[in-house]
Design a protein around this ligand. Structure first.
Ligand code: HEM
Length: 514
């Protein structure tokens, strides 16, 4: 039977249909074997009939809903989405225990969308199970794009992008125009990701980066639907329904056309002696018959889609949040500026090579990421059962780590709700080592273990140079001179500001010639 493709405009009807279908599925199809076996499962808070704890995930801010129940019922909880089990980790000590003892066991994620889609489909890197394909792609990604030597090689390009960002802000400042920090930051991070990964195909004026940004935004607008399509996929497939397939495949198709064009350009244009970019290396691996893993064109395209999706908003949101914290805390702004003026001076623009000499700026960036991690919930799958004296969690259970709660855990952080960058400053080298060890166990904005973010270094550079430049070169006027509202919203895949930070830059130094 050909599957029915459903694209609901009305989410309410859709959710009702899903509940009904899942109910039928639990009653008629699901085997009862698992539920009959008695496990010493972690505690479970009260749930609703049929849907279990699904309402918590439907909440506007799931990380906060989860934080609330874990404060009441404990740091390791067993939840149920219909009949699908899920384990929630919410304290620093529990996250530490799981990442330390179960890293390999939790190094897989489940597929997120329709198999043939380039958006987290079967060629996906981010949702690939831990295995040969993931290891092969990770090696390429790290050695060709993200290892220190590769980062050093692309430094000039980032300096150019920072200069362009500065000129744009300076232009707005001279016209006395306000800007939305997140939008500008998104253009900045997207330009850098495109230039770093696609190299020569992404010149200043050919509109490629703009096209990527449009597609990334369209994908973010679809994420809720992709999530539902996945949660309800199996039972609905049994009755021949494929949710939101048309919308998901439309965006996937547009990414496909765009990336096919870039791939062809790369195949045609590589000249002897020219510097290779990430795409050249992947095409080489694709042609290599004796490669450790035979990748296809679809694998390359999926990886690029995920670099665009995984790198732009995750870096842009911390720029916005950190600037909001800095604007709300004039003492911190002053201390930060003093440091930058002292180290960089007032006659040139900050550069990324200044960052190691700017410990307070680094501490400000770290504190911004602690309080406002762009990915508040990490999702993994347990490959095997997890057993301790107290609990037993069966294999294939979904694992959700609430890093938002972990990084605000009052048992691990002093004044956890306050923006205090000084907590990341250590006075001596030995203290630094000690702090680093201690923090690696409870500081998780980039996740942890082998599936942790491979681009933590470059992500911190993006945020550091953007915040550094904005603080060095401009004063920031906000409307009404009130405090910036720090209300949260989960938009697309990331934790964003419910009221995007809008402010007017006022030149403080310069203009610098770029
Ligand atoms: C401040 C910026 C960034 C933050 C906060 C961030 C955060 C994260 C987080 C939380 C994860 C999941 C980790 C886990 O499950 O333990 C992740 C994974 C990932 N990130 Fe980032 N990220 C940032 C920047 C970037 C950039 C710039 C890129 C691309 C160049 C990138 C590419 C990826 C990829 C490919 C994965 C999947 C890794 C895997 O499955 O093995 N990220 N990131």
């Amino acid at each position: 039977m050909a599957p029915i493709v459903v694209d609901f405009q009305n989410e309410f009807i859709f959710i009702l249909l899903c509940f009904f279908t899942l109910f039928c599925y639990s009653v008629f199809f699901r085997k009862t074997k698992d539920s009959q076996v008695e496990f010493n499962l972690p505690p479970s808070p009260p749930s609703l009939p049929i849907i279990g704890h699904l309402h918590l995930l439907l909440s506007v801010l799931p990380h906060k809903a989860f934080q609330k129940i874990s404060t009441k019922y404990g740091p390791l909880l067993h939840l149920q989405l219909f009949s699908f089990p899920l384990v929630l980790v919410s304290s620093a000590s529990m996250a530490n225990e799981i990442f330390k003892t179960q890293d390999l066991n939790i190094s897989s994620r489940s597929p997120l969308a329709i198999d043939e889609s380039l958006l987290f489909g079967s060629s996906s890197f981010i949702t690939a199970p831990y295995g040969d394909y993931w290891k092969f792609m990770k090696k390429l990604l790290v050695t060709k794009l993200l290892r220190p030597l590769a980062i050093e090689k692309s430094r000039g390009m980032r300096a150019k992008e920072l200069g362009r960002f500065y000129i744009h802000l300076h232009d707005k400042a001279t016209k006395n125009e306000s800007i939305e920090i997140a939008k500008e930051a998104m253009k900045f991070t997207n330009n850098m990701i495109c230039r770093m990964s696609m190299g020569r195909s992404c010149s200043e004026d050919n509109g490629e980066a703009k096209r990527v940004l449009e597609l990334v935004s369209q994908t973010f607008a679809l994420t809720k639907k992709m999530f539902f399509a996945q949660v309800f996929r199996k039972p609905l497939e049994k009755i021949g329904i494929s949710l939101f397939k048309k919308e998901i495949m439309d965006v996937s198709q547009r990414f496909d056309e765009f990336l096919e064009k870039i791939l062809l350009e790369h195949e045609e244009k590589l000249e002897e002696g020219q510097d290779k970019d990430m795409m050249d290396f992947l095409l080489e691996a694709c042609r290599e018959e004796n490669a450790e893993y035979n990748i296809t064109r679809n694998h390359i395209k999926s990886l690029f889609v995920e670099i665009f999706l995984g790198g732009t908003d995750t870096s842009a949101q911390p720029i916005q949040w950190t600037m909001a914290e800095v604007v709300n805390n004039p003492n911190i702004l002053e201390k930060l500026r003093d440091e930058i003026d002292l180290v960089v001076g007032k006659t040139r623009l900050i550069q990324e090579t200044d960052l190691p000499s700017l410990p307070y700026l680094q501490a400000v960036v770290k504190e911004g990421l602690r309080l406002h991690p762009p990915g508040p919930l990490l999702l993994r799958t347990l490959q095997e059962s997890y057993e301790t004296k107290e609990v037993y969690v069966p294999e294939k259970t979904l694992l959700l780590v609430n890093v938002y709660a972990v990084m605000r855990d009052p048992d691990s952080w002093e004044d956890p709700e306050e923006f205090k960058p000084d907590r990341f400053l250590a006075s001596s080298r030995s203290e630094q080592e000690e702090e680093k060890r201690e923090q690696s166990l409870k500081y998780l904005p980039f996740g942890a273990g082998r599936r942790g973010c491979p681009a933590a270094n470059i992500g911190s550079i993006f945020v550091g140079i953007a915040v550094g430049m904005m603080v060095q070169c401009f004063d920031w006027r906000i409307k009404g001179d009130d405090k910036v509202s720090m209300e949260e919203i989960v938009a697309g895949l990331t934790l964003s500001m419910a009221h995007p930070l809008k402010c007017t830059p006022v030149p403080r130094l310069g203009p610098f010639s770029i």
